[in-house]
Design a protein. Structure first.
Length: 367
């Protein structure tokens, strides 16, 4: 029994050995190289580029106060529509003590001068009524009285403007009421009731009360690489895709190409702007990120092959034309002239016929 068991075990070992040898032999045999094969196609081809940027209103205005003071009322909020001249907020004036003192002094001086002018006029009128002075002298005194009255009125107006921000004689044009300078949508109201605001001057830009934009006139603003900017021409059509509105595409037309490059992380880029056409019923918000697809070049009805079938050697390009079939299949290396490429297919201008097949990249066998 033990003898038979040894024989069986020996047989199994021999079979395993033989099987392993056969497997390794088959594995070591050279495998035939198989390539993809492509037939040239006549089709349209275009080269496009995608530019990243954002959607912005063409006209965006920062509304600033004409006086310094404190916000007492805010009549509009971000997201509301506003018309040109409509009041957005109200400011209470905090007068400058130096200017206030000077304005009060001017009023007091005007009152003194007016009082003296009245005395002079009354005396001159009595003399004129008795025909003791000429009409010319009387007119001069009367004119001085009128000037004194006007000076007092002007001094009081100036005092009210310094103290209150508006005079009673010009209340309709009050500088304490902050009005929108354009019609549009309020994008932001960065102030609150109680905030101090200052008017713009040589040393600062002043406080922004609100930002207003005309959202009916939008532009796409982005940057394009220096290697592609030379292919752009103003007036070229573009297709805009907004990140937040993936299902919608908008037409645009290129209207501005910056003449000067800017450095963006070591790459020279040029700013572009395009007028966006927004269909009715689509609400677009300022600052939406967007991509603009623009066709740089195109060719219609040309012979093309996949770019993976092209061999690049210096400035020359080659394809391998398939000759024969089966075991007699050979590959003829042939120089061709290429044209436009879209990154997948490439135009063949000469050197290849429509009915000829070309070799592609080597197929990779699954292990």
């Amino acid at each position: 029994m033990k003898k038979y068991l040894k024989v069986i075990i020996a047989a199994i070992v021999v079979l395993i050995f033989i099987g392993t040898f056969v497997f390794l032999y088959e594995k070591s045999k050279p495998q035939p190289v198989v390539y993809d094969e492509f037939t040239p196609k006549v089709t349209d081809i275009s080269k496009t580029t995608v530019i990243t940027g954002s959607i912005e209103p063409r006209d965006e205005v920062e509304v600033k106060p004409q006086i310094s003071g404190i916000i007492t009322e805010i009549y509009k909020e971000a997201g509301e529509m506003v018309k040109s001249g409509e009041v957005i907020a109200k400011v209470k004036v905090i007068p400058d003590m130096g200017q206030l003192s000077s304005a009060e002094s001017r009023v007091r001086l005007a009152e003194i001068n007016l009082k003296q002018a009245k005395v002079n006029f009354d005396r001159e009128k009595q003399l004129y009524d008795k025909q003791l002075v000429s009409a010319e002298e009387y007119d001069n005194v009367r004119q001085a009285l009128d000037q004194a009255r006007e000076e007092k009125t002007a001094a009081i107006d100036a005092l009210e403007v310094v103290r209150d921000g508006v005079s009673r004689s010009n209340a309709s044009a009050s500088s304490t009421l902050i009005r929108s300078t354009i019609s549009g949508l309020i994008l932001d109201v960065p102030v609150k009731v109680g905030n101090s605001v200052i008017l713009s001057n040589t040393f600062n830009d002043g406080t922004t009360i609100a930002t207003v934009a005309d959202m009916s006139d939008l532009i796409f603003k982005g940057n394009i690489d220096e290697t592609e900017v030379g292919q752009l021409v103003t007036g070229m059509p573009m297709r805009i895709t907004i990140g937040a509105l993936q299902n919608l595409k908008f037409e645009a037309r290129l209207e501005y190409i910056s003449p000067k490059a800017t450095d963006n992380n070591g790459a020279n880029q040029f700013e572009i702007k395009a007028a966006v056409t927004v269909p009715q019923g689509n609400a677009i918000r300022s600052g939406y990120s967007a991509n603009a697809e623009i066709e740089l070049a195109s060719a219609k009805g040309v012979l093309t092959v996949p770019e993976s079938a092209i061999e690049f050697s210096g400035n020359d390009t080659y394809v391998y034309v398939i000759k024969g079939s089966g075991d007699d299949k050979t590959y003829e290396r042939r120089k061709v002239t290429t044209g436009l490429s879209d990154g997948i297919n490439i135009e063949i201008k000469s050197g290849l016929k429509k009915n000829e097949k070309v070799r592609g990249p080597q197929k990779v066998k699954d292990e």
